[in-house]
Design a protein around this ligand. Structure first.
Ligand SMILES: Cc1cc2nc3c(=O)[nH]c(=O)nc-3n(C[C@H](O)[C@H](O)[C@H](O)COP(=O)(O)O)c2cc1C
Length: 239
């Protein structure tokens, strides 16, 4: 059974194509999850809406609690970390993260960054080799991603008002969205990364319609590809 975490980060409720002024990213995540469910009706799908309920921001209390060893945490520290613990458990459990994240000011909305900051947890989703000391300023390669017990994938489904943000496009150098998400997720061990975006939201009309159809078709192909890859991994292996 495949386990999906379906996450929406747009503050706009409703889905484009179904609801007036609905969200394009919510349309894409809904499409991905619906297609997956059609191929695997028994898949587990956990839903998290950070657009409507953004996660807490990191605070001095959060930092103090997160960097105190688990066994030494006071009750108030545990309470401060409760939401982060829940969000992190959802990521640990998932095989595929289906992330609907609009482009805001060349990067993700603040709610998505808050989510990232809550699920990168030292000693839980990432660690470092203790031979380098306990408060090190380490080069990246000394950190140990912890979500490596099985292959995991992130599918980043985005939407942009403008166009040309994909690799090779006229605005590619200004796109701080997919690169930052990919780096953060790979840092904790989510090695598979796939991104599909709608563009031309501001222009609308045929340009938006064509971009939307292309994104939906690419999602169909990605679902089929990931589904067969995961099904092959789940087959009994020869002794
Ligand atoms: C606050 C804000 C900032 C935005 N910044 C950008 C941007 O930097 N580049 C861009 O192409 N579109 C930008 N847009 C347009 C959104 O990416 C576009 O409306 C997208 O469809 C939003 O996702 P949603 O439909 O899922 O809500 C911005 C929109 C808002 C509301």
């Amino acid at each position: 059974m495949t386990r999906l975490l379906h996450l929406d980060a747009s503050p706009r409720p409703g889905r484009a194509g179904t609801h007036d002024h609905g969200s394009h990213t919510r349309r894409l995540t809904h499409h991905f999850v619906s297609r997956w469910r059609a191929l695997e009706p028994g898949a587990e799908i956990v839903y998290r809406d950070i657009g409507i309920e953004p996660p807490q921001l990191t605070s001095v209390e959060w930092i103090e609690a997160a960097f105190t060893p688990t066994e030494n945490r006071s009750e108030s520290m545990q309470a401060v970390l409760a939401e982060s613990d829940t969000l992190t458990s959802e990521v640990e459990r998932a095989d595929i993260l289906v992330l609907g994240v609009p482009m805001y000011n060349f990067g993700p909305p603040a709610a998505f960054k808050a989510w990232i900051d809550n699920v990168i947890r030292l000693g839980r989703t990432v660690d470092y080799d203790s031979k380098y000391g306990h408060h090190p300023h380490l080069p990246l390669e000394y950190y140990l991603p912890m979500l490596v017990d099985r292959p995991r994938h992130a599918v980043l489904l985005s939407s942009r008002g403008d166009h040309g943000f994909d690799p090779g496009g006229r605005l590619a150098a200004l796109n701080h969205m997919e690169p930052s998400a990919r780096t953060a997720l790979q840092f904790i061990g989510i090695a598979g990364f796939h991104s599909i975006a709608i563009e031309h939201q501001e222009e609308g009309g045929e340009a938006l319609a064509a971009s939307t159809q292309s994104a939906l078709a690419r999602i169909d192909r990605l679902v089929e590809h990931l589904h067969s890859e995961i099904a092959a991994q789940q087959l009994p292996q020869p002794a």
